[in-house]
Write a protein of this length. Structure first.
Length: 138
């Protein structure tokens, strides 16, 4: 068994953004040489998310509207913001959307269901952050 690690660096233009990172993960898988195993993709920041869903722009807008309703931005809304931060909402949004995904690797490819892609969800953007890609197998 072997493992491969790569980092995808993100710096979104917007505070809230959803970015398709499937091709970057597939590139890491190719470099790893692993044909059978698993691939972990993990947002390494507590205000960002990694999730799997459909690559459809209307759905992405729906996600952003939905999490905004559940955890609206507002400096006066969260005790966390009393520390001088303004991102209490981003921590909650990350929890809702998830921290990481694990995808099976079969015959050297990500073994997705129909329409599945990997996305980075940013909820406190406009600064450099990283995503871990860890592939384990043979």
């Amino acid at each position: 068994m072997k493992s491969y690690t790569e980092y995808i660096w993100m710096n979104t233009k917007n505070r809230y953004e959803i970015v398709n990172i499937t091709s970057e993960v597939e590139s890491a898988l190719t470099k790893s040489g692993i044909k059978e195993g698993i691939c972990l993709v993990n947002a390494m920041h507590i205000t960002a998310s990694v999730f799997i869903n459909d690559n459809e722009s209307g759905l992405h807008e729906d996600f952003l509207k939905w999490v905004e309703k559940l955890a609206p931005y507002g400096v006066d809304k969260y005790k966390h913001n009393l520390t001088g931060e303004d991102n209490g909402d981003a921590h909650l949004k990350r929890t809702i959307m998830g921290r990481e995904v694990v995808v099976a690797v079969t015959k050297g490819e990500l073994d997705f269901g129909p329409w599945e892609k990997i996305f980075y969800g940013e909820f406190d953007g406009q600064r450099k952050k990283r995503v871990l890609v860890k592939i384990i197998g043979e």
